[in-house]
Design a binder for this molecule. Structure first.
Ligand code: ATP
Ligand code: MG
Length: 409
């Protein structure tokens, strides 16, 4: 048997990037030989094994054929006769379809190295169209390597366009899509992921609610970039520049969905878009079965981001309602994530990226003030049950009034 390094490990070494996980392909071996060498099978009927010591993935060389819709619809054929070239041709991009032996000799039948040098994301063969997940993968690689100047090849974008129009994208499971989306959002330029999906028509299929924002104007006085879609891309870009976690990035992407519902007669104003957007945010959340913390933050940011921007003008009672809605007493982290999402929203405006956002510290201060109202004295006065809750609210309101007076002259 011959063993080769494949995929991302080869690509990233040639790019001079750190290699984190290594995938291996084994040519000329049978399942029985692998088991005899101590490899552990990953699944009952999949020719992938884990190395007994390193735990790295070793896959028998295989060919694949599409046999139906969706991912279940794949049959593969692994046998000692399958060649390295045959295994590599089933892969998505030429830059991912190179192999290397233990002497670092490169096997590169589909010219991945040339495409690496020319900074091109190009599909290996027409079989690319057999797995719609590849549309998401290419967009994710475009986001990851945008900084190096990589672009999607026009013929690959055309295939992605056909796949998006064919209805195949709908066959993807929520789990597979979310895995790609969440990884892409954590790249340095997640806005490129959304842009590429939009360019090939996949955004319209996967997240029509986000796609609908493009071409919708906002008032120029607050939004010099005007377009709601471009604004959303900038907010997402800011969230990555500021190294925000996935929850915040997800909330940034979805915060303005309501603007896509505004009747044209009301443009460029978007009355109550915060509230109108909630059902759209919920739909996107559920479509991809996003994790609970992502879902929750997206809804809260959608509903309250304008409150965040107007923090310094809010009455003490409104401020208190905001803090109560976030349950800042038990969920301090979630409120902090809301604050930074609002800040990213404010910075995601053309020419205003560097403007300071005093609302953030003001809100942090308010949360601290509300949190530091002690319960003990109220208990000592004999308050219990709902009355205790009311008394606590009154004390918090008093403290917030004082805070507002001292902080906002
Ligand atoms: P990463 O750095 O994100 O791990 P990677 O290229 O190693 O990138 P993996 O998901 O680990 O990506 O997959 C390893 C290799 O398997 C890829 O380089 C590619 O050759 C192939 N591959 C993975 N998923 C697909 C797919 N859906 N279609 C075609 N080839 C795929
Ligand atoms: Mg990998």
């Amino acid at each position: 048997m011959q063993i080769y390094k494949v995929g991302g490990a080869v690509r990233d070494r040639l790019l001079g990037k750190a290699v984190t996980d290594i995938d291996w392909v084994v040519v000329g071996a049978t399942t029985e030989e692998m088991l005899a060498k101590g490899f552990r099978p990953v699944g009952a009927d999949f020719p992938v094994f884990l190395h007994p010591k390193s735990g790295e993935e070793y896959a028998l060389a295989r060919t694949e054929r599409k046999s139906g819709r969706g991912y279940g619809g794949f049959t593969f054929h692994a046998s000692p006769e399958v060649t390295l070239e045959e295994d590599l041709i089933r892969r998505d991009l030429t830059i991912n379809a190179m192999a290397e032996d233990d002497q670092q000799n490169l096997t590169d039948p589909y010219h991945g190295q040339r495409d690496l040098e020319e900074r091109i994301l190009r599909h290996v063969s027409p079989a690319f169209a057999e797995d719609p997940l590849r549309v998401l993968r290419v967009a994710r690689f475009a986001a990851r390597y945008a900084e190096l100047g990589f672009k999607v090849a026009p013929e690959t974008l055309e295939l992605m366009r056909q796949l998006s129009a064919s209805g195949e994208l709908q066959a993807l499971t929520a789990e597979r899509s979310w895995k790609e989306i969440s990884r892409a959002l954590m790249e340095d330029q997640p806005q490129v992921f959304i842009q590429v999906l939009r360019d090939c028509g996949a955004l319209k299929v996967l997240m029509p609610e986000v796609d609908a924002l493009f071409g919708v104007p906002q008032p120029e006085a607050h939004h010099p970039e005007i377009d709601s879609g471009l604004h959303t891309l900038s907010v997402l870009e800011q969230s990555a520049l500021h190294k925000q976690p996935l929850t915040v990035r997800w909330a940034c992407l979805l915060h303005d969905l309501g603007k896509g519902l505004t009747p044209e007669e009301e443009w460029p104003r978007h009355i109550a878009h915060e509230h109108k957007g909630l059902k759209l945010i919920k739909a996107v959340n559920e479509r991809f079965k996003a994790p609970k913390d992502c879902q929750e933050l997206a809804l809260l940011v959608g509903q309250y981001h304008t409150h965040g921007h107007r923090a310094l003008e809010l009455k003490a009672s409104t401020l208190l309602e905001l803090l109560q809605s976030f349950d800042v007493y038990r969920r301090p982290q979630r409120f902090e994530e809301f604050i930074v999402a609002c800040e990213m929203d404010a910075r995601g405006r053309k020419g205003l990226e560097q403007r300071s956002y005093p609302q953030a510290d003001y809100l942090r201060g308010a949360a601290n003030v509300a949190r530091s109202v002690a319960v003990q004295p109220l208990l000592e006065k004999g308050f219990k049950g709902p009355e205790l809750g009311e008394a606590l609210k009154r004390e918090r309101l008093k403290a917030l009034k004082a805070y507002k007076e001292s902080a906002v002259p």
